[in-house]
Structure formats: C-alpha cells, structure tokens
Design a protein. Structure first.
Length: 340
C-alpha cells in the first residue's frame, strides 16, 4: 500500500497573545488548531468544514508552511514537512499550492496578470521569459478566461474572474495538491457554481487532490468525497460525504446537518432542528475535556463527569459506505455497554 498523499497527525498551532510578563513572554495562548489528524489520498477531495473561527484556515496555512507548527506532523508523499528550512521547502512548494478566500486581496494590484502567473515560474527558475508569457496565456485559457487579457491588471476583472486568475496561479507549477481556502465564499451564488464546476473539471484533467475548506455545506456536498468536521480547533468527525449527510454521528455534526434547508417544503416544515445553547467558547480558554460539552444536547447520556474531564479521541465507527470516525464519549459508552 502506498502512503497517502498528505498525512496530518496531531497538528497544533498555538498563538501567544495578551500582555507580556516581566520575562517578555505572553501570558495567554490561543489554541487555534489543537490536535488535528487526517489523511488525503491522490485525486481525492476532502472537505474541512466548521463555524467561522474554528481553525480551518489556520490549519491550512500551517500545512503549507505559512505558519510554523507548534507541534505535530505533516507528511507529503511520506516525507516530513515540519521543521524544514525555507530552501528545503522549495521542492514541495511546486507540489502543494493554495487558493485564497479573497480574490480582491490575494492578487498584487501593481502586477499584470502575465506577471502574476509568471512569477511562480521565475521563482523556481522554470522556462524562459518568453515561454512564461505563453504559459500564462495557456493558464488563462485553462480557467476559462481570454488569453488576450494577459496584460490587464487585477482591477480590470470581476471577483469571479479574479478567483479564476488565482486558480490559474495555483496551477502554474503543476501541483499535485491544492488547498482551497473557502474559494467561493466571497463570490455571488451564480458565480460560485461556475468556479466549483471549473475546479471539478481541472481535477479530472490534471489528477489534482483538493483539501477544500468551506462553511457552506451545500458546496461541500457537491464537490467533496469525504468530509471532516472541525469544532474549536479539533476534528470531531470524519466520514464519507453521503454517510455524513445521511447519518451524522457526532452531536455537533447532527446540529450542523439539522440547519441545512431541505428543498422539499413539506419535509422542511416537519423535520426536527437542533438548536444549540450558548456561544462558542474562546480558543484562549477552551473548556476542559470535550470542548463541545457546554453546548452538547447529548452529554446527559454519558455517565459521570467524563465529558467535562476527558478529551475524546477519534474512534472508528462501523457502518456506512467507507471508513468513518467520530470523537464522542457517547459512542464509546454505547460501545462499552454493548460489549458488556
């Protein structure tokens, strides 16, 4: 069996915040990513979903080396990436690229599209200058833009067109993995569908793998093969897309799924919604034990104070069309009672 294309194990990213003490060290720590683990196979699309502020984008930026990891492991094609120097990272920059959320902020307004698309090639010393211009035109054509517009500036394009330019830039080095950080959330709904269809076409054409970060579950259901659900810096459930939407196992995932509107008005009026109480805790002071327990409607089903004291870990769950995992003491309790 070959190694997964991307393997993330117990990844942590903590930020020092707040006032500093007399030794110059920050007195508080923000735990943006707190023990994330998952695998991504070649040509697969894994969705990473959760509420705003749960750590999705920080996780992505840590994986690609934009943030240094606090702890954990990130392996690409079996090779460890954490702790690499800038020069050691260079070969992997060609294989791992990123599409950013805001198409208005991710492109340099002082550069032409030709310069933007040729810059990655120049950094990696690929092709001659003339060939880079031709490559830029070919990339524009690949993402559905007019190659003759290669000498225009970003402000001359609409938001959807700018995001296509961002996609073209990610394709310039012919990567194997593209991390899509909410690539359609800043676009109009009509444009979102076009960009999603483009990403699917490019994946089939170039054999790409996607780590697709989003909070729109309808988009995730359309493009992703598997889905990982994050809450307060941790993954609480990973499952095949159809299994997750049909039969979510973690109480937080169940609440998310209950909020998705149904196209049938009759079912929409009769289905039961799960309304969570309270607010999302601060990542600077997360709850002990299971971070979801202050809002969990199922915690009464777990005897004692296990939810408040013990951190649940991802456990394999039987059933479904593929491997699935969830981190909930309720599942562990039920499994123990069944075996007894």
């Amino acid at each position: 069996m070959s190694a997964p294309l991307l393997q993330v194990t117990d990844l942590e990213k903590h930020f020092a915040v707040g006032k500093k003490n007399f030794m110059g060290k920050a007195t508080q720590t923000l735990k943006a990513v707190d023990g994330v683990s998952f695998e991504l196979e070649r040509g697969e699309t894994l969705g990473l979903v959760g509420e705003s502020g749960c750590g999705k984008s920080t996780c992505a930026r840590t994986i690609v080396g934009l943030y240094p990891a606090t702890a954990g492991s990130v392996k690409f094609e079996g090779e460890e990436l954490m702790g690499l120097s800038r020069s050691e990272w260079m070969p992997y920059r060609r294989k791992i690229q990123m599409i950013f959320q805001d198409p208005y902020a991710s492109l340099d307004p002082r550069q032409t599209v030709s310069s933007i698309l040729a810059e990655p090639l120049a950094i990696h010393a690929l092709d001659k200058p003339r060939d880079r211009r031709l490559k830029a035109m070919a990339l524009l054509d690949a993402v559905g833009l007019n190659p003759r517009h290669v000498h225009r500036y970003p402000h001359e394009f609409s938001g959807g067109q700018r995001q296509r330019i961002g996609i073209a830039r990610a394709l310039a080095l012919e990567p194997e993995l593209i991390i899509c950080d909410e690539p359609v959330s800043a676009l109009d709904v009509s444009i979102q569908a076009q960009v999603i269809n483009l990403l699917e076409d490019l994946q089939e054409r170039f054999g790409l793998a996607y780590l697709f970060i989003a909070h729109d579950l309808a988009v995730v259901r359309h493009i992703c093969k598997r889905v990982a659900v994050m809450y307060l810096g941790r993954i609480v459930e990973i499952a095949d897309r159809d299994d997750l939407f049909r039969d979510p196992q973690h109480p937080y995932t169940q609440a998310l799924m209950s909020a998705v509107p149904h196209p049938d008005p009759v079912l929409e009026q009769t289905r039961e919604r799960i309304v969570l109480t309270g607010d999302v805790p601060s990542p600077m002071n997360p709850p002990t034990g299971c971070t979801f327990h202050p809002r969990c409607p199922a915690k009464d089903g777990v005897p004692g104070t296990r939810c408040q004291e013990e951190v649940p870990h991802l456990r394999n769950i039987d059933g479904g069309s593929g491997p699935r995992q969830a981190s909930c003491h309720l599942d562990a309790t039920a499994a123990t009672q069944t075996s007894a």
